[in-house]
Design a protein around this ligand. Sequence first.
Ligand code: SF4
Length: 353
Amino acid sequence: MTRVTFSTAVLTWAAEHGRKDLPWQKNISPYRVWVSEIMLQQTQVNTVLGYFERFMQRFPDLPSLAAGELDEVLHLWTGLGYYSRARNLHKTAQLLISEYGGEFPRSIEGLAGLPGIGRSTAGAIASISMGLRAPILDGNVKRVLARYSALREYPGTSAATRQLWKLAEQLTPPAELAAAYTQAMMDLGATLCTRSKPDCDSCPLKTGCQARLLGLQDQLPVPRPKKVLPEQHTCMLLLENPEGKVLLQQRPAQGLWGGLYSLPELDNINQLPQLLHSLQLTESGRRRLPPLSHTFSHFRLHIHPWLVQAQVTGVAEVTTIPQVWYNREHPPTIGLAAPVKKLLRSQAQPRSI
Ligand code: SF4
């Protein structure tokens, strides 16, 4: 298919079948498109809907986000994962206010130079909210183009990515159609050319799609080569005071769960007395809780939680780590790592040990 027949087919299909009521499709602005695109990077639309609405209620525009506390941004992000996205949103908002006069740059290069904005997100912001001719290559579009061109290698390699960007560039129509086309490609990938069971019979690209013509649509894109994830173990402590509050400590800004509040950790439960001593706590009982696991992109973490009833007996050693006694009935506005939230919820009703 040529650029014209390809884009016309996609646009004609989207006019009838495309998604039209997603919250970020209303009151379109660079800010709203940016926030939605960042949320959608690693997360399904259905999950993002609630997060987006809550985020927009609290931070309706760039100045409000820039002026907000990072803790609150992380709090609204709790459960979405990949927290560097939230930290970069906050950082970029502040940068745009302080260095760019509160406006988004009106070019792909300018947008892609901002923290957390890659080439595809820049393309989505530029095309959808600014009407610029800008290709995108998010996960959905990558899948469509990998199938359309019957790409025989994993699309995550740099050579394959270059090839797909070239194709995306070739197929993107002129600026006046760019916004509708970007949205249409996203819709097609999300609703028709789905990861499993693509609905090729209903697809506007079926006559030109090489994967379909070769009967390979179920085998493409080539999956990521499997790698064995390293395993790590940690002992997490729910130190609960007599009021049922649980001690949380803030993690360093950089690294895993950066800036989020988490439970104190030990390599081994035998180290508990030293920790309690440094916190000036005494233990009145403990109970092992069911273990849980959490998979990160680069390792798998096995968490061995313990509920420890503890009482403050003195002034804890001076520490620079911010900490809070977390009230589960009136939770403070802080960001929590997903497994920590799960553990706090699972122990929401204080029980005797
Ligand atoms: S024909 Fe099938 S595999 Fe090809 S783009 Fe359409 S839905 Fe995807």
